[in-house]
Design a binder for this molecule. Structure first.
Ligand SMILES: Nc1ncnc2c1ncn2[C@@H]1O[C@H](COP(=O)(O)OP(=O)(O)OP(=O)(O)O)[C@@H](O)[C@H]1O
Length: 694
């Protein structure tokens, strides 16, 4: 804290008061500063006041201050199997969730303990690869139970599924929908995750305040972006990630390297914000941090040091320098302790020495329970929160903050905004228009004549198949690309899987049918298909149904394989097989294999389109005159006994073998394919998302 005095000569004296001391009479350093220094200080003071005001404004509706959470963990071990691939035979009988100790098991972290109190910041530090993120994942219940041993407790209770509502996790990688702006991203998060009792207006206010707090207001309307589309800067992205977690009013905030990518002043500002949140709203903050500046380091309350998956230190941040000095490693007073610690832990000999020293320190307390108790606020009688509060189970009666309908509506809006820019991209629009022009030129006003029947049939087949191909390619990547986001949001209990799945269907339906609509309307009339409005509508409906059915198959492959490349290959093979069996290329299948064509959904849509165009009294085709048919081809009019002047559409349908099923059966089966593929896609997604959690 600074006190500023201005004397009559214009010289300014600033007195620094060590506010961490209990007594105001402690060391006061006086120094003379210039006007520039004063301006800087005034700016800092203003920023600090603004920060305090904004933090206070986010307290409205905040429940975390009423639900402080004390986190403790001891005896934590995590190991993984290093066996790359097992033969399918070896997989049998491998249902045990515990990994047996042996040569195929690698211990990632061993015998880790610690605790984090409400109102405090705990920093976890250590060299790269020492297991910091793994520990944070375990604390955030992001690992599953396989290979995990030890105890994790929230206010002394085992975490339940609903405890996750109180824990926010800021991952190292910022996961976002690239086409949404910062404000949109945060608004959707607020609408999904803030208590349903809060009005929408209050939720959006909270978004504004959080953006102001994290200095995001100026980029509020900029899209997040990705490698292909430029969006906000790396630092803004990082802050947006933190904002989206802070916004949800959690009691515990886990942050994995929140300051990476930020300049030193932003890093300091961010740690001050987190610290203030911790103190004012009794939040428990645990952060993994790489190389904090000395000011950032000083803002931590507790510190945990790790090396090679082992503990090196746990305790007060202020005591670490003395602890290291006791081990023979004295930090020079002018050095940043954080830099010094990392230097020590990157030296193999010193690291081993410090690991052994800590193991020796806790030799009588193998799981670290007693040491955790020593630093726990719960075990202290003078804690201001009261033990009743710190013993309260961390659970909520509600699994989700937003109701099912709210989830569907928010997610539909979000998916629509995100997908709109992808599905209705300019490239797609130009492609549709260009293709429509080509088709119009090729099939302009096809005459109702025998010699042009094959052109007419070809145009119908092409349009039907093209609009069954196109959406499948987009749909296969839909779930695999959403997977990381889906998993992050489901981990934090933002919504049900069913809400997400339904919203995807609703939002993408109008988008996916727009291109076939733009294409089919002009091409139908320009190519002179049956000039009957009713038939035109029926034709359009079948084209759109084919589009939606192929989208369903795309969803199914994507949700089952969850890999864009694999899903693309499988869907291509499926599509080509369906096209071959559709009834255009192959009319006579080998004996015994005739049934196989009924597996192709293209067969039903193509048969329907042909029935609409040919099964009508208006569908009459003038017989070919001499020389109108290719050499060697006999006119259909010459086949019977009586002379004919025209050929009926129905006879063409029969000769093409497309009238084996009535139109309504074709329609029902096509609808059935569409619905069943969507249901199967949902179950595949559910199964895969459960497997992901394990
Ligand atoms: N599921 C896993 N499969 C294979 N190795 C793993 C897995 N999880 C963690 N590891 C390994 O465990 C070690 C610790 O990883 P972790 O990400 O926790 O380190 P870290 O301390 O956070 O590193 P950094 O600071 O570089 O992010 C690494 O060597 C990592 O490769």
């Amino acid at each position: 804290m600074e006190q500023i005095k201005n004397d009559q000569t214009g010289t300014v004296t600033v007195t620094e008061v060590d506010s961490s001391s209990s007594s105001m009479s402690t060391a006061m350093n006086e120094k003379t500063l210039t006007r520039d220094d004063i301006n800087d200080l005034v700016t800092q003071l203003e920023r600090s006041t603004k920060r305090a005001e904004l933090i206070q404004s986010t307290e409205k509706g905040s429940t975390s201050a009423k639900n402080p959470v004390y986190v403790e963990w001891h005896g934590i071990n995590y190991s993984i199997s290093t066996e790359n691939k097992k033969s399918w035979l070896n997989k049998f009988g491998d249902s045990d969730s515990k990994l047996e100790t042996g040569k195929n098991v690698r211990n990632i972290i061993e015998n880790i303990h610690g605790c984090a109190n409400p109102g405090e910041v705990l920093a976890i530090m250590g060299p790269s690869g020492c297991g910091k993120t793994t520990l944070l994942n375990l604390l955030g219940d992001r690992v599953g139970s396989k290979g995990v041993q030890g105890t994790l407790a929230l206010n002394g209770h085992k975490p339940t599924k609903n405890s996750k509502r109180f824990i926010a996790y800021c991952t190292q990688d910022d996961i976002f929908f690239p086409q949404l702006t910062v404000k949109e991203t945060l608004s959707y998060t607020a609408r999904l995750r803030l208590p349903r009792e809060m009005s929408r207006h209050d939720k959006l206010n909270q978004v504004e305040n959080t953006m102001a707090l994290l200095n995001l207001t100026k980029c509020a309307d900029t899209i997040i972006g990705d490698q292909r589309t430029r969006g906000v800067s790396g630092g803004e992205r990082k802050r947006a990630n933190i904002a989206s977690e802070l916004l949800t009013d959690p009691s515990v905030i886990l942050l994995d390297e929140p300051t990476s990518g930020l300049d030193s002043s932003l890093a300091l500002e961010l740690t001050k914000i987190l610290k203030e949140f911790a103190v004012k709203q009794k939040k428990t903050i645990i952060m993994v941090i790489h190389q904090p500046s000395s000011q950032v380091f000083e803002s931590f309350d507790k510190l945990m040091l790790m090396a090679d998956g082992h503990m090196v230190y746990f305790g007060e941040r202020a005591d670490v320098v003395n602890y290291l000095a006791d081990q023979g490693f004295k930090c020079h007073p002018n050095f940043n302790p954080a830099d010094y610690i990392l230097e020590l832990l990157n030296d193999n000999t010193i690291k081993q020495k410090l690991i052994s020293a800590y193991a020796h320190k806790v030799r009588d307390d193998p799981t670290g329970k007693q040491i955790v108790e020593k630093y726990s606020l719960r075990s202290r009688t003078d804690n201001q929160l009261g033990n009743n509060v710190l013993n309260a189970p961390v659970t909520s009666e509600r699994r989700w903050e937003a109701t099912f309908l709210q989830q569907v509506s928010v997610l539909t809006e979000r998916t629509f905004k995100q997908s709109r820019k992808v599905i209705l991209s300019r490239v797609n629009l130009y492609q549709t228009i260009a293709l429509a022009i080509i088709c119009i030129v090729i099939w302009l006003q096809i005459p109702f004549a025998e010699s042009n029947i094959s052109d007419r049939v070809g145009s119908i087949f092409f349009c039907g198949v093209f609009w069954s191909f196109h959406p499948m390619i987009g749909a296969v990547s839909s779930f695999p690309l959403d997977l990381v986001m889906l998993s992050k949001e489901r981990q934090s209990r933002s919504y049900r899987l069913l809400s997400y799945y339904l919203s995807k269907q609703i939002a993408e339906l109008p988008l996916v049918i727009l291109s076939p609509l733009i294409f089919t309307i002009p091409v139908y009339w320009a190519s002179n298909l049956l000039p009957d409005f009713g038939r035109f509508i029926a034709y359009l409906v079948v084209i759109l149904l084919g589009t939606v059915t192929s989208q369903s198959f795309g969803y199914f492959f994507g949700a089952t394989l969850l890999n864009v490349q694999k899903s693309m290959i499988v869907s291509m093979v499926f599509m080509l097989a369906s096209m071959l069996l559709g009834g255009f290329y192959i009319k006579h299948l080998p004996t015994g294999l005739n049934w196989i064509k009924y597996l192709s959904f293209i067969k039903y849509s193509y048969s329907l389109l042909m029935q609409i165009q040919f099964d009508s009294p208006k569908a009459q085709f003038r017989c070919a005159g001499p020389g109108e048919l290719p050499a060697g081809q006999t006119s259909m009019c010459d086949i019977g006994d009586s002379p004919m002047s025209s050929i009926s559409g129905i006879s063409i349908l029969n000769s093409e073998g497309l009238n084996d099923l009535p139109w309504y059966v074709n329609l029902i089966v096509l609808l059935g394919f569409c619905i069943v593929a969507r249901i199967l896609a949902y179950y595949s997604l559910r199964k895969n998302s459960r497997r992901n959690k394990e």
